[in-house]
Each structure stands twice: as C-alpha cells, then as structure tokens.
Design a protein around this ligand. Sequence first.
Ligand code: SF4
Ligand code: SF4
Length: 101
Amino acid sequence: MSKRPKEEYEGAKLREKIKDYFEMVEPKNKDFIKVITDKCGGCRICYEQCPGGCFEMENDKAVFKYPNFCFECGACFNICPSDAISWDYPEGGTGLVMRWS
Ligand code: SF4
Ligand code: SF4
C-alpha cells in the first residue's frame, strides 16, 4: 500500500469538489462511525480510500473527522484489516445530501 503525501490525498481534494453539489448536514450522532483506537494498526487504508475524505491520521491512528462528508458507502468498515471501525448510519437527512436546485 503506497503512502501518499497529504497534498496528493484524493479524499481531501474530493471534499473541495463535492461542496458544489452536496449539502453537508452535520448529524447529531457525529460518531456514527467510530475508530476503535486500540485496534487501529495505522495502515492508512481508510484514510486513503474513503471516497469522502472523512478520515485523518493522527499519531499513526485513524480519526473519523469529517462526518458531514460521509457517503454511507460502508467501505471503511469493510476494508479495515484490523476490524477497528464500527459503522452505523448518520441520522436521517444528514451527512451528504444532494442539492436538487
Ligand atoms: S483501515 Fe483500520 S487499521 Fe487501517 S488506519 Fe483505518 S482504522 Fe486503522
Ligand atoms: S462509509 Fe464510506 S464515505 Fe463514510 S467514512 Fe466510511 S468509507 Fe468514508
């Protein structure tokens, strides 16, 4: 797994692009996705592969930092090799909401 420098991190770029097309509505249950820090091996897969750029790496651990950008795709939960991510939906009508006008 390549370790891309932050300036090449596609998820962060994507956050900028999708702002024009989506409303980012902050859910009350901001921790609907949780990283179980003790289990996180710091592999960066979630950080590099999340399509919404929702994760940051801090002290070699993943942090779910941008819940407003979550597509609810479930990829992070499914790809984490350490089973360190617990996943749920944000409350209805929050997270990324498509703009129709
Ligand atoms: S994929 Fe799992 S083990 Fe790897 S950084 Fe993310 S939470 Fe940690
Ligand atoms: S569910 Fe998808 S969009 Fe949401 S944090 Fe996980 S990988 Fe990112």
